[in-house]
Design a binder for this molecule. Structure first.
Ligand code: GUN
Length: 293
């Protein structure tokens, strides 16, 4: 069994980005700039945004933060999005989700200029991704592609089973792995809450991508010998073995599944560190106008 070390791969990519940004700065050019819009005081959202700012700093990407109260109206948020759409200093931006209930996140995402959509959440980017046209790819699926590619895992002709059909992970990764490219050219099955015989389908996977949000759902009996297992889940569960009283687990029961897998991502330290790095890659692409010219 080989561990796919997301922390190490993320660091490699950060070094590559830092080197590229360093050359821009040395040449006296502007570097990339990522902005984030944060609404309200959801603690998890604040943590994500802080981590993004820290990662930007590490690689020399300028970051700016637009913090708004939870009482902000939809129209006021449109104004902020329009401002960032038109600010030539900003290459890309994200609106941190979730948004308060009185705001329709779909409408806000629709308002983002697709050329500045660093999260790859705009329908234009999703559609272009599906058509294998240049597009921003959402952070987690982009991170998974990087893990597969940099671990030199063969995907062509493999049966890839995706557990979960969310708009930000399951659905895009299933599309990406069926595209005529590498990583891709896989035969993909998507399983979800209404799937019959999910356990047997999972067991037929050469590559199993688990993004269903259920702690330690995937057990040894659901995984074929020598399968590649990518675990997108992260959960804090009670534990009497740690000082904090908690431990982090994924959607996969790591201790038993890792015995059978050829490659597996740990939690933490697998897919997690890759997501922010993907956002940095998208910001660099935005700055270089690689996607929309
Ligand atoms: N909330 C949790 N993850 C994400 C993300 O990747 N992007 C945005 N905008 N919000 C999130």
């Amino acid at each position: 069994m080989k561990l796919i070390d997301g922390k190490e791969i993320a660091q490699q990519i950060k070094n590559e980005i830092a080197a590229e940004v360093g050359v821009m700065i040395d040449n006296g050019e502007d570097g990339p700039h990522l902005a984030a819009v944060l609404v309200g005081d959801d603690p998890a959202s604040h943590t994500y945004v802080k981590a993004k700012e820290k990662a930007c700093k590490e690689v020399g990407i300028v970051s700016s933060l637009y913090q708004l109260p939870a009482t902000v109206t939809e129209n006021e948020l449109f104004e902020v999005v329009d401002y960032l759409n038109n600010d030539d200093q900003v290459d890309g931006f994200i609106v941190q989700l979730p948004l308060p209930d009185h705001i329709d996140a779909k409408k806000i995402i629709d308002r983002i200029n697709p050329a500045k959509d660093a999260d790859g959440f705009h329908p234009m980017n999703f559609g272009r991704m599906a058509l294998n046209l240049p597009a921003y790819i959402p952070a987690t699926p982009y991170g998974i592609l990087q893990l597969l590619e940099r671990s030199k895992i063969e995907t062509q002709g493999k049966h890839c089973v995706v557990l979960g059909r969310s708009h930000i992970v399951g659905s895009p990764i299933s599309i990406l792995l069926s595209r005529k490219t590498y990583p891709g050219n896989a035969t993909v099955t998507v399983c979800h809450s209404r799937t019959k015989d999910l356990r047997q389908i999972a067991k037929s996977a050469d590559i199993l991508i688990v993004a269903m949000g259920q702690p330690e759902f995937v057990t040894e009996d659901m995984v074929k010998k020598d399968a590649v297992v990518i675990d997108v889940g992260i959960h804090r569960v009670p534990s009497d073995k740690t000082k904090s009283g908690f431990r982090l687990v994924g959607d996969v029961k790591f201790d038993e599944v890792s015995k059978n897998a050829s490659y597996i991502t740990p939690v933490p330290g697998g897919v997690g560190p890759m997501t922010i790095v993907s956002l940095l890659m998208n910001t660099l692409k935005a700055h270089k106008k690689e996607i929309y010219g």
